[in-house]
Write a protein that binds this ligand. Structure first.
Ligand code: FAD
Length: 454
């Protein structure tokens, strides 16, 4: 029985792993268009700095990712305890993001009114709409100030998104469920805390967990999967189209070769998948095309430690839109993980672009560096020239789950389920993070094996 997987990002590679773990006799081929597999996960070692071109890590609170890493013989590395502090740049200065109720009330990130408005959340009635934007949800439940200073930067940090168009339900399903079940987020938190007291776990409304990677960066995950999958993975193999002949799928590659299989999984970003199926199923192609991927650039700047006055005692900072800066946020990578900068240097990684400022992402490299340096001067008082620069431009960055995403998922599911042996996965649909991709691949592998390609 042969199965073809299109796309060698973490979704496609982990799916192949889970499938052969249960059934080593499966004949699996993975086609990846680039020379290197991994998609948005790749790591560069340049001039003693370790730069992540895309993914920086994953939270350790979802077991499948850690389990997979350990099965591959890897040693996950939790971020430094000293890097737990997160900052928000607001009103011209950095504020620690309050994490406990006590620190929340003593923090001046929000005015007294803003803090009181959050407490009032307990009396706000449940929302009536099934799908609303993140901005509408946050303003309704927590007030404008909390929306602008807390929720808006959080949307940038995870999705590089625009809260005015993001579907709250699809981007933050856990919080959506909490409101539905408990009527109020504060009530839900109190209940969860009580429940967790016995287990000693920490609970909060967010995803929780500790950022985790590997000593040599995220790409070791990809390399280990590549080694495990061996000849099954074909890099430099761009799929141009998919068709069906009888009960089988035919996959056409850009070098005019073709491969036939009983099953096919499309694990490419929605925009690429849309192209691949445009002659196979036009409706599917059009719906996939509706999922936008705004561009984003990652600007890595390395400095001699002595040039920076800031203690870099945390994770980095996020910038709310109302501050009018050209950077979404900056991670203090060398404070988060060891082995990111040579002795005596630090590495700062800034994000530019995303849904709200896509025009900024793909500028000339010098201009990008200037923009980031302007922000670092105002936020961190860094006036020195960087000693090291490395830029990664993602013309298509993080998929955006806009209002109506659920309807799109239903329509995609309906079309795909009409084809026996055809599946679609990846971060365009049900979770953008590495943890989501791996969990979804795990569940898909169970479905494929359980249903015998049905
Ligand atoms: C800048 C940036 C930072 C991020 N940081 C984080 C982070 O810190 N933590 C986190 O959890 N998530 C992060 N993400 C999200 C991350 O993209 C996902 O978590 C995950 O890597 C997506 O994996 P995937 O396999 O679904 O898609 P991709 O990584 O996009 O992989 C899809 C693969 O399909 C291939 N492909 C495309 N077209 C074809 C074709 N025609 N034929 C064959 N192959 C094709 C591509 O080359 C690619 O390798 C970040 C994303 C970006 C852009």
């Amino acid at each position: 029985m042969r199965l073809i997987i299109v796309g060698g990002g973490i979704s496609g590679l982990s799916l192949a792993y889970f499938l052969i773990e249960t059934d080593p006799s499966l004949d699996i081929l993975i086609f990846e268009s680039e020379r290197r597999a991994g998609g948005k996960i790749w790591t560069d070692r340049v001039g003693g700095f370790l730069c992540e071109g895309g993914v920086n890590g994953f939270l350790d609170n979802r077991p499948k990712t850690l389990e997979l890493a350990v099965k591959l013989g890897l040693t996950p590395l939790r971020s430094n305890d000293a890097a737990r502090k997160r900052y928000i740049f607001s009103g011209g200065k950095l504020h620690i993001l309050p994490e406990s109720p006590l620190s929340f009330f003593s923090s001046n990130l929000l005015s007294l009114y803003g803090r009181m408005r959050i407490l009032y959340e307990i009396f706000v009635p449940k929302g009536k709409k099934d799908d609303e934007t993140l901005a509408d949800f946050a303003k309704r439940r927590l007030g404008i100030e909390a929306y602008e200073r807390l929720i808006d930067p959080m949307a940038s940090g995870i999705y590089a998104g625009d809260p005015e168009t993001m579907s709250f339900k699809n981007c933050f399903p856990r919080i959506y469920e909490l409101e539905k079940r408990h009527g109020s987020l504060i009530k839900a938190l109190i209940k969860l805390r009580k429940e967790a007291k016995t287990s000693g776990r920490k609970v909060g409304p967010g995803p929780g967990g500790v950022l985790t990677s590997f000593y040599d960066g995220m790409e070791v995950f990809i390399k280990a999967l590549e080694d495990h999958l061996g000849e099954r993975l074909k890099t430099g193999s761009r799929v141009v189209s998919i068709d069906k002949k009888g009960d089988n799928y035919i996959v056409f590659l850009s070098d005019n070769s073709r491969f036939e299989a009983e099953g096919a999984v499309i694990a490419t970003p929605a925009h690429a998948s849309s192209e691949m199926v445009k002659d196979f199923n036009r409706n599917l192609s059009l719906i996939l095309k509706e999922i936008p991927y705004p561009p984003i650039s990652v600007v890595c700047l390395g400095y001699m430690r002595d040039k920076i006055k800031q203690p870099l005692d945390g994770f980095g900072f996020l910038v709310p839109k109302r501050e009018g800066r050209k950077v979404l946020g900056t991670l203090w990578d060398s404070s988060i993980f060891p082995n990111r900068a040579p002795e005596g240097y630090v590495l700062l990684r800034s994000m530019v672009g995303g849904a709200r400022s896509s025009e900024l992402a793909l500028q000339d490299e010098n201009r990008l560096v200037e923009m980031v340096m302007d922000v670092l001067r105002d936020v961190m008082d860094i006036r020195a020239q960087p000693d090291f620069v490395k830029i990664y431009m993602h013309e298509k960055g993080i998929p955006q789950y806009l209002l109506g995403h659920e309807r799109r998922l239903e329509a995609i599911g309906k079309i795909v389920s009409g084809y026996r042996g055809l599946y679609i996965t990846g971060n365009s649909y049900r979770g953008v993070g590495v943890n989501d991709c791996i969990e979804n691949s795990y569940m898909l592998a169970e479905r494929i094996l359980g249903g015998n390609f049905s």
